[in-house]
Design a protein around this ligand. Structure first.
Ligand SMILES: C[S@@+](CC[C@H](N)C(=O)[O-])C[C@H]1O[C@@H](n2cnc3c(N)ncnc32)[C@H](O)[C@@H]1O
Length: 254
């Protein structure tokens, strides 16, 4: 078990059991992820389709980042129509290898369930006929640490279940959130998801730390660096014990 007060450096990230985490969380599309997809895909459409009235594709494709991708491809898929390059930025060796393998040989559910949820009723997404091939051509799996991310580099970003799920320390939760947003250029849109009041989580037999936060904490950490579109609670209670739903934040870097 992680000790109370475990910092990000204390957890065994390279021993993250990617396959266990994938099957438990993303083996099939869950109702909570479906709600998050709606919020995030509609927000990105609002940002990019509005920038190009009457056009289904934005003129300039973004340099995008997904921080702490783990074994989750759907944040990257929500950015796909708007990005020419997608950096999948990940600290864990096992998760980087999983991502490399999944880009070459993706599990069918990413297309049949997740992309279907993203693209249905969204013509801009439907212009991409083979999303997993397009993703493989645009995505770069990169070793990195959110606390060392450089500033003002990316035009679009996502970070799902990372800042609060990599440490028990509130200062690190806030710092990770700020670093993610700060890695974007001014005015860039982003989406971030958080577990609400998480007590930590097992992946296989290994326990990983979490910081117990709620909507007000997300708002407090984002306020100095972001202009918000919305911070919304998404109901979820059947993933595991020890959390109180999920939180999605969308906005723009100041
Ligand atoms: C709870 S998982 C979330 C994975 C995925 N984004 C998702 O939506 O399920 C936390 C992820 O953050 C990664 N991580 C841990 N510390 C990190 C750090 N300092 N910088 C970047 N990623 C980190 C872990 O390896 C893991 O993939």
């Amino acid at each position: 078990m992680a000790t109370a007060g475990a910092a990000n450096d204390d957890a065994p990230w390279d021993r993250f059991d990617s396959y266990e985490y994938f099957w438990h969380n993303y083996g099939h599309l869950r109702h909570d992820d479906q709600k998050i997809i709606k919020i995030v895909a509609d927000f990105f459409l609002h940002c990019f389709d509005r920038a190009q009235p009457g056009k289904s594709q934005p003129r300039k494709l973004a340099n995008a980042i997904d921080v702490g991708s783990g074994t989750n491809l759907y944040p990257a898929l929500t950015m796909l129509p708007f990005a020419s390059k997608l950096t999948l930025f990940e600290r864990s060796h096992s998760n980087r290898q999983w991502l490399i393998d999944a880009l070459v040989k993706p599990q069918a559910t990413w297309r049949d369930e997740f992309w279907d949820a993203i693209a249905t009723d969204r013509p801009t997404y439907q212009t991409i006929k083979d999303p997993l091939d397009v993703l493989a051509g645009r995505a770069w799996v990169t070793k990195g640490n959110v606390f060392a991310l450089g500033a003002d580099k990316y035009d679009l970003g996502t970070m799902f279940f990372v800042a609060e799920s990599i440490t028990t320390r509130y200062d690190e939760f806030c710092k990770a959130t700020e670093h993610f947003v700060d890695s974007l250029v001014s005015g860039a849109p982003f989406a971030a998801a958080f577990m609400c009041r998480s007590e930590g989580y097992f992946v296989g037999s290994t326990f990983f730390p979490a910081c117990s936060i709620d909507d007000a904490d997300v708002e407090r950490c984002l306020a100095p660096v972001a202009r918000m579109s919305q911070i919304k609670r998404v109901e979820s209670d059947d993933l595991r014990d020890g959390y109180s739903g999920m939180i999605v934040a969308t906005g723009w870097k100041r």
